[in-house]
Ligand binder design. Sequence first.
Ligand SMILES: Cc1ncc(COP(=O)(O)O)c(C=O)c1O
Length: 391
Amino acid sequence: MTTLSKPAQRPVNPNFSSGPCAKRPGWSLQALVDAPLGRSHRAKIGKTKLKQAIDLTREILQVPAGYRIGIVPASDTGAVEMALWSLLGERGVDMVAWESFGAGWVTDVVKQLKLADTRLIEAGYGELPDLSKVDFDRDVVFTWNGTTSGVRVPDGDFIPADRKGLTICDATSAAFAQRLDFDKLDVVTFSWQKVLGGEGAHGMLILSPRAVERLQTYKPAWPLPKIFRLTSGGKLIEGIFVGETINTPSMLCVEDYLDALNWAKSVGGLDGLVGRADANFAVLDAFVEKSPWLGNLAVVPSTRSNTSVCLRIVDPEITALDTEAQATFAKNLVAVLEKEGVAFDIGAYRDAPSGLRIWAGATVEASDLETLTLWLDWAFQSQKAALKQAA
Ligand SMILES: Cc1ncc(COP(=O)(O)O)c(C=O)c1O
């Protein structure tokens, strides 16, 4: 094997983290100068900005008119847990999970809420569970794009339109990069720091009319902290869905989200964003295809994420090593790229199989991914040479 020399080019932006994700191209702190800092979020200016964030979210994600959109505390986790604690328990629930975040929601429902009538429909890293086993007359909780395995549902076709239960979908690494089938979804959640490269802290909670009906007709048996409460006296708190947040948001983060949404509009809205993520994924996919040392963790091509692209090192000399040594090899490869300043945060998630996880969402430039692939080849070869020397 000839050892490659270091590539001459470097990615313009070496940030390939799966969250917080790269800021949009051209972003600087200057984008936030209009933030109403030091002002009340309940003042006209604050409420107007919060309402704008909701309205632009609706426009870009193409959320149907009858659906409510709220800005809620505690990022995507806050939004998902608000939904679980507020809606579940009225009927049995099917928990569909295939990686770490989905598994986290299973823990919430089984160990914290302790719901008796719970079925688990699960698969390991790289696979989707058998979705034909899901009973949509029950409530269903699932993750659209499994960020830690790079496996997503290809579309919403597996969900019947005439379901009796509610579908609760954690869509945080899918929203703005994949088309969410809102007619099939009753609760959709995401946070700002993923595909649009916003700031962490706030969650988005989107509710279908059926979810609102459940909220107004069913009262969970357990107490709900103020931070989770979506109703008052059995009625939906409508203010939450026009920008009257439950507690204080960061107006700096709101300004940044508005900047990201306006950038999203400038690249062609949802079509533009999905197109950018697809083109980014295509760069990585073509590279994996021609690289005998790399494979996709997601087994079935139609389930491969165009945001959190998870790759395995499949070189036979590496897979012959024990699991720990394989993980060390991957970690060293990631570390050498970080040291070179050409790729940050591209290691596999801590609970996932060892390998690489490279973010390909809309804020990443395809040209930077092209350059990264040169560095990946270089890092692999130099790490393999180092391994051989040590042997
Ligand atoms: C699928 C999924 N769900 C939930 C979370 C947690 O999100 P947050 O940190 O916004 O609460 C993440 C974060 O990466 C995620 O990818």
